[in-house]
Design a protein around this ligand. Structure first.
Ligand code: FAD
Length: 435
């Protein structure tokens, strides 16, 4: 190739950063990243990367595990125990999940570490994409500051409310916006002594995460920051979701949410006190993408939450974004000309969409199960324990090597298809001219 293929990544969150790292080592690509916020940053929430997510990241960032332990204070994911939190079985263990299956870190330091591996001059903050248009020569971008840019191709990593997604889905976009899962959650980070006083010493005798499941809600607490702090999460069902997903949470709301057999149990009253121990408690409705008809349109495609917003119940959204980056990087590394970018994006769509939608669906199902909303399973330690395994198994069962190969095979098919369409069109045109 005489000149490098110019690719814009829209969005400098984790998906954009994984993508940029996957593409930066491909010598025939010139990659630029545009972030709407005044600076590249992430909220300080915890994030767990599963064994498979980490395996995929190791292919993108060599020695990723050691790098993240050093640069993002990542630690091995600990063991967790799921326990009944409501009803007659309150306190009964549902199941134990072994630890050391991946890495846990916080998003801010993770993003910072990933961005530190990229050349500074490819990162453009304060650039909100407002519109895009495909032309015969590529994609024209317009930003909120009235500047424009032209690229050969565009990858949208611009999150749940993605502008690039709306462009790709066009008339179908409204129908496929992210929508409520029927659950909301709130969080707090508290000193370990406070958590022990509220929840009892016995919950901290073994270094493991506790998830409490029951009727209408779910609670979780885990030691973080070298055992000095405890991350507390409370999730419950909702009938209505605020349009911006945010709601101020009060004691009354929490007590109502956990009224069904929780308040006499071992954990709810303590967790409610821990939640309210902050200046203002804000809860967020959990939304996801129920269906996405396609991830690509010509030379534009979407990755990460823009393509598949996932609820947090399996901690899998970040991992999917890493897999996206690995597969799309593999495809774009194989292209030999601008003319086949759309075939690479189409192959990405064909291979990635079923995989990602399966995880979006299993994550939502896990949230419903853990809050007692699965009408088939109901609320009971034995049945819930049996149902959880199959919901999680497929996440780390993906064979990355075959998945990448499937994407390359599909790319070949898409290129052949494009060539046969061109030949047919040429033949038809010649026949018309001849007649
Ligand atoms: C509560 C919660 C807990 C989670 N826990 C886990 C976990 O433990 N493990 C895990 O793997 N995943 C987890 N996830 C999912 C994970 O956080 C996301 O999937 C991941 O962060 C990928 O995000 P993203 O970069 O695609 O989107 P975002 O984080 O939304 O980033 C999008 C970026 O694009 C920018 N942007 C938006 N519009 C424009 C525009 N028009 N122009 C330019 N820039 C734009 C935004 O400012 C933002 O920086 C969790 C999610 C939630 C909500």
């Amino acid at each position: 190739m005489s000149s490098r293929i110019r690719i814009a990544i829209i969005g400098g969150g984790l998906a954009g950063a994984f993508m940029a790292n996957a593409l930066k080592k491909i010598s025939h690509l010139d990659v630029q990243v545009y972030e709407s916020a005044p600076e590249f940053s992430e909220r300080g929430l915890g994030i767990g990367l599963s064994r498979l997510a980490l395996q995929a990241l190791e292919e993108i960032v060599p020695n990723a595990t050691d790098f993240l332990k050093k640069e993002a204070k990542a630690v091995a994911i600990g063991a967790s125990r799921i326990v009944m939190g409501s009803g007659p079985e309150a306190g009964t263990v549902v199941c134990d999940i072994e630890g050391d299956t991946g890495l846990a870190t916080t998003r801010g330091p993770l993003l910072k570490a990933l961005l530190s591996l990229l050349p500074k001059d490819i990162l453009h903050a304060g650039k909100k994409l407002t519109s895009l248009k495909q032309t015969a020569s590529g994609v024209d971008l317009t930003f909120g500051d009235c500047t424009t840019a032209h690229f050969d191709a565009v990858i949208g990593a611009d999150g749940m409310h993605s502008t690039v997604r709306k462009y790709i889905l066009q008339g179908e976009a409204e129908e496929h916006l992210a929508s409520p899962t029927g659950l909301w959650e709130c969080r707090n980070l508290v000193p370990v002594e406070k958590a022990k006083a509220a929840l009892g010493e016995e919950s901290f005798e073994v270094d493991r995460e506790y998830c409490w499941t029951g009727d209408g809600g779910f609670m979780m607490h885990a030691l973080v920051e070298n055992g000095t702090m405890v991350q507390c999460i409370v999730s419950a069902t909702e009938e209505d979701s605020p349009p911006d997903r945010r709601r101020k949470v009060t004691r009354e709301m929490l007590e109502n949410a956990f009224a069904r057999g929780w308040l006499d149990g071992p954990v709810a009253r303590g967790m409610i006190e821990l939640m309210l121990d902050q200046e203002e408690l804000i809860g967020y409705s959990i939304w996801d993408h129920k269906r996405t008809p396609t991830y690509s349109k010509g030379r534009v495609c979407i990755v990460g939450d823009a393509a598949h917003t996932v609820s947090p119940y399996q901690g899998a959204g970040g991992g999917l974004a890493i897999e996206d980056a690995l597969v799309l990087g593999h495809l774009l590394g194989a292209i030999s000309s601008i003319k086949v970018i759309d075939a690479a994006f189409k192959a990405f769509d064909v291979v990635r969409r079923p995989r990602c939608q399966a995880v979006v669906d299993s994550s939502r199902a896990t949230g419903q199960l853990l809050t007692g909303q699965d009408s088939q399973i109901g609320i009971g330690a034995v049945d819930m324990g049996k149902a959880l395994g199959p919901l999680f198994e497929h996440i780390d069962a993906l064979d990355l090597a075959s998945h990448k190969q499937m994407a390359l095979d599909e790319f070949g098919k898409q290129v052949d298809l494009a060539v046969s369409i061109i030949i047919c069109t040429v033949n038809r045109t010649s026949t018309m001219i001849a007649s």
